[in-house]
Design a protein around this ligand. Structure first.
Ligand SMILES: *[C@@H]1O[C@H](CO)[C@@H](O)[C@H](O)[C@H]1NC(C)=O
Ligand SMILES: *[C@@H]1O[C@H](CO)[C@@H](O)[C@H](O)[C@H]1NC(C)=O
Length: 298
């Protein structure tokens, strides 16, 4: 009876172990193949003494097989689990690495964003400055344009004035025929050789210069004589301005000359008069001349 009870307990124990294995509760320290074998053999030894039937032995063999299978499966799952754990650890490590990489990226992105904002602010400030400068330049430009058109107007006016300003200048010689005079009356010398007569204010037919405008004029004359005394006068509207007289002896030459700035009204007349009793000489060397020009109108 005692061995029968022990066998029953063993069966219960085996059944419990199997249930534990199926629910995943068995660990490394649980039943090994040799443990089970020795226990069964122990039971068999006691059973031999009490004559247990061979049917039960066969069943025990089957149970033993089941237990071995189960333990093998357990081992399998254990190594699978270890593998899974390793994989899990690896994944964790990669995740941690990823996270720290992510943090670095975020920091760089933040820095980039800040930089972009700063650049934007800087750009806006510079743009504002540029706009202000542009406005200022536009204003200056407007002022300059006004001044320029005023200047252009003045230049045009000056050009017109300059174009309208009378141009008066003459230079004439008396004659190529040698002596003129002496005569019994004074005569106006008619300088007939025209070097220049801009404005045609000098008349070679009368010998008179007539002022075309009111203004300041410059006049100059030279008279040459040989073997005869010379006396020529500069006249302004019938009034003597100057007398130029010189006496010469035999085989002598003489030159008289003078120059004046005169203020004339329009129509005033200027001419050179040879006094009665005196002579004046000229030839192709242009020794006796009369010149004048307008300094400026007034
Ligand atoms: C990046 O900026 C965000 C928002 O400003 C902030 O919440 C985060 O902590 C910043 N990250 C780092 C790494 O500085
Ligand atoms: C007068 O001027 C003429 C040139 O016109 C010159 O040949 C002559 O020597 C001058 N005579 C005197 C005395 O200055």
């Amino acid at each position: 009876m005692r061995s029968a009870a022990a066998f029953l307990a063993l069966l219960l124990c085996l059944y419990w172990t199997r249930a534990q294995g199926e629910s995943g509760g068995v660990t490394e320290n649980d039943i090994t193949q040799t443990d089970v074998q020795s226990e069964i053999l122990g039971v068999k030894a006691t059973s031999d003494q009490t004559n247990i039937t061979p049917d039960i032995w066969a069943e025990l063999e089957e149970l033993r097989y089941v237990v071995i299978q189960h333990s093998l499966e357990l081992r399998n799952s254990k190594s699978k689990m270890e593998k899974l754990e390793q994989e899990n650890t690896a994944i964790q490590a990669r995740l941690t690495a990823s996270e720290s990489k992510n943090a670095v990226l975020e920091a760089r992105m933040n820095a980039s964003e800040n930089l972009v904002k700063e650049l934007q602010r800087d750009l806006e400030a510079r743009l504002n400055t540029a706009e202000n400068v542009l406005e200022e330049l536009k204003r200056e430009n407007t002022v300059l344009e006004a001044r320029m058109s005023s200047n252009e107007f003045q230049v045009e006016e000056l050009k017109r004035e300059n174009a309208e300003r009378p141009k008066v200048a003459f230079s004439v010689g008396l004659t190529n025929a040698g002596y003129v005079g002496p005569f019994s009356t004074a005569i106006t010398l008619q300088f007939s050789k025209i070097f220049t007569n801009i404005g045609q204010a000098y008349s070679p037919t009368t010998g008179v210069f007539t002022a075309p405008v009111r203004g300041a004029y410059y006049f100059r004359f030279n008279g040459f004589a040989a073997w005869n005394s010379i006396a020529i006068d500069l006249y302004h509207n019938g009034n003597q301005v100057t007398l130029s007289l010189d006496r010469v002896g035999n085989n002598d030459y003489v030159n008289v000359s003078n120059g004046f700035v005169l203020q004339l009204e329009k129509g005033d007349m200027i001419y050179v008069v040879l006094r009665s009793g005196y002579g004046v000489y000229d030839d192709s060397l242009d020794r006796t001349t009369f010149s004048g020009f307008l300094l400026f109108a007034m």
